[in-house]
Write a protein that binds this ligand. Structure first.
Ligand SMILES: Nc1ncnc2c1ncn2[C@@H]1O[C@H](COP(=O)(O)OP(=O)(O)OP(=O)(O)O)[C@@H](O)[C@H]1O
Ligand SMILES: [Mg+2]
Length: 323
């Protein structure tokens, strides 16, 4: 068997050259742990695969057993295959998802999404935005983006569109200008799933913000299915109607196992109904209070000339400190 550490190193190198057919990529950096049980003479491995698949796992098992037992003379090998977390497959390992949600229409979900994304970028974070509002896509308009040529990148994935250092995807880029979209059911799910898996997001994105549509319908559920470990910001205005709908979406996210970060009160008035109601009922903090203020320079985005800009920088700083 020769020197144990040397053998382990060579085994590791050989395994890293094998192909995981569920991703089509080599197992480079996919050995999560490698131990040697001296008593039994067995090498124990934990290996990350793109997708657990009996066929793929068996092929790898045979190849690894040959390396460990026949090439290097160990008496046995024990392998656990761990599936890559779904969210890891979308962008990078360290990319965190933040859903901007809140039930009622017109309360400022999209407005908060673009301004928070911009502020996060200003404090040095790399940010992507998914416009999950399939029928009412408004992120591109708020970011003053024009329809660009669609381009295809690595692994045949669509390159996200770019504006001010941010990566953006929206149905707006794929639909005819001024024409509505009528998808339902499976085509709707396919679009959401394409936004997650078929976009060549940069691997070093810190955050992907998801502008959620109003309500807890199909889109809500498809996102919940694929982004179980996402974080959520609940947006509400101070009034009871808005707070009540926001509560329902907060409860829905919670029941799906997602992590509620806190509440953002938008178009702040002197009233504080929603703040008290939501923080108490959902047991989460209020992260920011944004008064109604028209951006001075751009149509929808604050910059250094606006009072609210600082509030978004503060919100971005809080997000950075908790995630
Ligand atoms: N704090 C604010 N100050 C000034 N205008 C705001 C503020 N918040 C939102 N708005 C404006 O209010 C309108 C509605 O906001 P927005 O489209 O973001 O709501 P929404 O919750 O995303 O709605 P929908 O459910 O239709 O997607 C927009 O014109 C937006 O620019
Ligand atoms: Mg919106």
């Amino acid at each position: 068997m020769g020197n144990l550490n040397e053998s382990k190193e060579i085994i590791k190198q050989k395994i890293e050259e094998l192909i995981d057919y569920s991703t089509g990529l080599k197992l480079k950096n996919k050995i999560l742990s490698m131990k040697y049980d001296e008593e039994k003479g067995v090498i124990e491995l934990v290996i990350e695969v793109g997708q657990n698949n009996l066929n793929n796992d068996n092929i790898l098992k045979r190849q690894i057993a040959k390396i460990v037992k026949i090439d290097h003379g160990f008496s046995g090998v024990k392998i656990n295959f761990e599936e890559t977390k779904k969210s890891d497959k979308i962008a990078g390992k360290n990319t965190k998802f933040i859903l901007i949600s809140g039930g009622k229409g017109g309360i400022g979900k999209t407005f908060i999404t673009v301004n928070l994304a911009y502020a996060l970028n200003k404090i040095g974070k790399k940010v992507g935005i998914i416009d999950a509002d399939i029928y009412g896509a408004s992120v591109p308009t708020m970011l003053a983006m024009f329809k660009d040529e669609i381009s295809v990148g690595e692994f045949n994935k669509i390159n996200p569109f770019k504006k001010w250092n941010m990566e953006i995807i929206s149905t707006e880029f794929f639909s005819e200008y001024e024409k509505p979209i009528y998808w339902q059911g499976s085509s709707l799910y396919t679009m959401i799933s394409n936004f997650l898996y078929q976009v060549a997001w940069s691997k070093d994105l810190d955050y992907i913000l998801v502008d959620m549509p109003t309500g807890t319908g199909d889109v809500f559920l498809s996102i919940a299915k694929d982004l179980k470990d996402a974080n959520v910001i609940i947006v509400s205005e101070e009034d009871m109607l808005s707070a009540h709908t926001a509560l329902k979406s907060g409860v829905a996210h919670k029941e799906l196992g997602q992590n509620l970060l806190g509440v953002v009160i938008n178009k702040k008035t002197i009233d504080n109904f929603a703040e008290e109601y939501l923080t108490e009922k959902l047991g989460i903090p209020a992260l920011a209070f944004i008064p109604y203020e028209k951006p001075k320079t751009r149509s929808y985005l604050y910059d250094e000339n606006d009072e609210n800009y600082k509030l978004f920088i503060d919100l971005a700083t809080i997000i950075q400190s908790i995630l």
